[in-house]
Design a protein around this ligand. Sequence first.
Ligand code: AHM
Ligand code: MG
Length: 319
Amino acid sequence: MVESVKGIAAPVSGINNPTLGKVLEAVVAASREVSRSVRAGPLLPEPASPGVRNVHGELVHPLDIVGTERFVEAFASSKVVAGLVCEELDEPKFFEVTNPASSFMCVLDPIDGSSNADIAITIGSIVGVFPTPSQTALEGETPFLRSGSELIAAAYVLYGSSTVLVLATPGLVQEFTLNEESVQFELTRPSIQIPESCQYYSVNQGYENRWNPPVRRAVGVASKNRSLRYVGSLVSDFHRNLIRGGIFLYPDDSQNPDGKIRVLYEAAVFAYIAAQAGGASSTGTVPVLDLIPSSVHQRTPLYIGNATVVDEINEALWS
Ligand code: AHM
Ligand code: MG
């Protein structure tokens, strides 16, 4: 346990390494600012160059720009984050650190679910933390081409009806809620375990006619006797399913043969968090945590949440 992480109101369990505590401080500092910008909604000033497209060809929302800038600044000034892969940045970024041997590499989706940003619906930030590899030169994509099983911590922040930070460290998932008055995060769920009962399934059912027969079978299994809930921000759908019990599916389809969700800064991060909370995940072929991407923006089909239902989905895909 570290005694204090700036921006969090109590000692934080699960973080025994003060350097890792600094990474968390950077996440807290950036997300508090992003939270303010999210709450401004359409009152957020337009960026200098609106209408830009990102590396994936998607229109960049002003919040994507703010989110990227705040996290990049926070990681750069932490002096403990040596590198960053960000959804909005074509290439990995590298930063000067005090001690490379004890530094970290982060993966980031600064604003997940940005299609919901203009309609006041919950969006979030997603962060994964890897130790810096000692034998690999810190340049290009190579130091990031590793499986989620190497993550040592992960977090997401939800900008919803309240701002919530969920932090996963080995064997422990905690939730903190931002107290808007003190601007401190306070512990609100000290140890999250995904419920054994699976109430909800989350999938974009509108894509049904694009699915192949095994995927239809898998969705059929996952949906049986469950309520459908789909926000369209993975971070929101994941959070509900983590707390209330559920399963999220974003399969491959005829228009997205690799699915839509990014391996490094979405699937692997959530797979790590789900695993620490007793859940599971699959690409439909392998456990997500075993998947080593061959490029930093690679996509994957994703099935994640209740461990029993993930098994049933795998069985349905391959029967
Ligand atoms: P984004 O990171 O560009 O916002 O895209 C990822 C989002 C996920 O949050 C969400 O689960 C998915 O896209 C929704 O996609 P769709 O509209 O195809 O259902
Ligand atoms: Mg995203």
